[in-house]
Design a binder for this molecule. Structure first.
Ligand code: GLC
Length: 438
């Protein structure tokens, strides 16, 4: 079974390879996406290291002159996605590169991925690490110098697509305060998959409204920080930034990059000082989001609430309470194991929807991040449970984009949703099964 699935996973990556980079999924996502490429590169690392290198090199072609790394790079032409490069129109920014890109970023997984590729390959990729280290360092430099207005080591995101968790119910509180125009949308996603498994049209109007605002400010970070109605410190995003700091610190030490290592260590220490204090909610026993525009916590738990384990953020007592309240016969697993780990939103909430994208379904990349977080703290049993749930879902359904977390479904109901032959589901399957001892 495993070896057959592993062949199919390779076929998915091969099928989505576009001569230099890998698309997340045919039709639905026909360009190169930022954090997808990180996970995908790791998958390629088990199959063909040259492809892993090309994947990351291609993504970096989209880097802006200020270090910013966009969430989509439009290397190719495709008519099947909205909003395309014309809508983004990033040439309004003096920082934009010649390659066409979007104007927002995505969770910074690349420093962590590069360290993991080094784990897989060792010294044979030292030259590659030396080649791309400076670009990744510049990206972190951009975050800490442009997106941390209070100098707390907690960077903001200014768009829900930057979170990677597009339509989580956490954002509902932000949309409720917005009066976005009723744009005529030219959505393509709902031509590929069932609209009831995707964000609503009203939500899409808010997403486009934010893009229109950023365009009107020529993507200027100062204006965005001053005026964007969406300005959030997100626990997943900041935990990945910290875990990637750790990766870059380790690799920078190997390369003898003393000044960069010292700077990364200072930023990292600053993040560590404020993260737990500002984003941990003792009542809910998990990390929540901070709305900088509204000066309030957004008190809801999602799978992002557990990712700080990956970066060693919680003190041990907090880590214990997170796991026992939610993951080990708790809210997210269900007391009698009603759900596959890990639903993307709190199943005890009235806003939980097991079919709709980031409002409940299981996502493989989040499972992978939480798995490594659990291992870091020594929660081996829960980690193994999460891993076997992940492999069961993939082996039962195939490499779908997201999965219905309810264990008991009505007969005949298929639990794989969204795009099929989805790259990061295949890539992370390969990482899960090829690194048994992790
Ligand atoms: C969706 C996901 C996002 C992902 C993108 C491409 O927008 O929410 O996290 O990067 O698709 O797969």
């Amino acid at each position: 079974m495993r070896s057959e699935m592993s062949d199919r996973a390779r076929e998915v990556l091969e099928g989505n390879w576009q001569d230099g980079f890998t698309i997340p999924c045919k039709g639905l996502y026909p360009f190169q996406w930022n954090w997808d490429s990180g996970f995908i590169a790791l998958g390629w690392g088990h199959v063909n290291m040259e492809r892993a290198k090309q994947e990351l090199r291609s993504l970096l072609k989209g880097q802006w002159s200020n270090g910013f790394l966009p969430h989509i790079v439009f290397h190719n032409e495709a008519e099947t996605y909205f909003p395309g490069p014309g809508v983004w129109d990033v040439s309004r920014s003096a920082n934009a590169p010649a390659t066409r890109t979007s104007g927002i970023t995505q969770p910074p997984v690349l420093g962590y991925v590069l360290e993991q590729l080094y784990e897989i390959s060792g010294e044979s990729i030292t030259d590659f690490v030396r080649e791309i280290f400076p670009a990744l360092y510049r990206w972190h430099h951009y975050f800490y110098t442009h997106r941390d207005p209070h100098q707390e080591g907690l960077v903001y995101i200014c768009h829900n697509w930057e979170a990677g968790t597009d339509n989580t119910p956490v954002w509902d509180a932000i949309w409720a305060g917005l009066d976005s125009p009723e744009y005529q949308l030219n959505r393509r996603d709902t031509q590929h998959v069932d609209a009831s498994n995707r964000p609503s049209n009203r939500e899409y109007q808010h997403y486009i409204h934010l893009v229109e605002l950023f365009k009107s400010w020529n993507y200027d970070d100062v204006q965005i920080a001053d005026k964007s109605p969406f300005l959030i410190q997100d626990p997943l995003f900041n935990a990945l930034l910290m875990r990637s700091n750790e990766g870059l610190i380790r690799l920078g030490q190997l390369l003898g990059k003393e000044a960069e290592v010292a700077q990364l260590q200072r930023w990292h220490a600053l993040s560590k000082t404020h993260f737990h204090e500002k984003l941990y909610c003792p009542n809910q026993k998990g990390y929540v989001y901070y709305d900088l525009r509204g000066n309030r916590r957004l008190n809801a738990l999602s799978s992002s609430s557990f990712v700080p384990l990956l970066a060693g953020v919680p003190p041990t007592a907090a880590a214990d309470e997170i796991v026992s309240a939610h993951l080990d016969s708790g809210t997210f697993s269900g007391v009698s194991g009603d759900f596959y780990l890990c639903p993307s939103f709190d199943p005890s909430s009235p806003f939980f929807d097991p079919k709709r994208y980031w409002r409940g379904p299981v996502w493989i990349n989040l499972n992978w991040l939480i798995y490594h977080g659990l291992r870091r703290y020594g929660f081996t049993e829960v980690a193994d449970k999460l891993k076997s749930d992940t492999l069961d879902l993939l082996e039962e359904c195939g490499f779908y984009e997201y999965f219905d977390p309810r264990r008991n479904l009505e007969p005949g109901h298929f639990r794989g949703y969204g795009g099929n032959h989805f790259s990061w589901s295949a890539a992370l399957y390969l990482d899960f099964i090829n690194r048994q001892t992790l």
